[in-house]
Design a protein around this ligand. Structure first.
Ligand code: ZN
Length: 159
């Protein structure tokens, strides 16, 4: 494990984010095991909230999917969330994340497209669409300039 991963691991234990993640994983009857970079993987989570392929609380990456799901781009995305928990000093991440969801909804009607945490964790690697903001959409509907490569009008992803 690299030094920065060890630092993140220690911070997220100390700020209680990882213990909260473990509680959530146990409440959802997930199987927890050690993963890469000081993360803990919790597979087989049985609670249907939040609706996501995976979510991260502290250093615990939680998913309803079976072991082997947390790899590649998705794992990199979730690992960035673990770093965000450390940067937010743990539990303050919860209200800050909810605020970011509300801001994103207000800006584009999607919880992730304009969510600062999801954008910093990489929208594409998290599997999220890039919805244009409401004002950009209005400009396009009014016959404004053609959409650029980062505009995803139908939310199905840019091919
Ligand atoms: Zn995410």
């Amino acid at each position: 494990m690299r030094g920065r991963h060890r630092v993140r691991q220690v911070i997220n234990y100390a700020n209680l984010a990882t213990p909260l993640g473990l509680l959530i994983a146990v409440a959802g009857r997930a199987r927890v095991r050690r993963g890469e970079h000081g993360l803990l993987y919790a597979h087989g989570y049985r609670i249907r909230f939040p609706v996501a392929g995976a979510f991260t609380v502290g250093n615990v990456v939680i998913t309803a999917r079976p072991d082997g799901y947390l790899t590649g781009a998705l794992l990199r995305h979730e690992a960035r969330h673990a770093t965000q928990w450390a940067c937010c000093a743990g539990l303050p991440m919860l209200p800050l994340y909810l605020l970011a969801v509300a801001v994103s909804f207000a800006l584009c009607g999607h919880p992730a497209s304009w969510n600062v945490f999801e954008r910093l964790a990489d929208l594409d690697e998290g599997g999220y669409p890039r919805h244009p903001s409401r004002w950009r959409r209005r400009t396009l509907e009014a016959g404004g300039p053609a959409p650029g490569p980062s505009d995803d009008l139908d939310g199905k992803g840019v091919v």
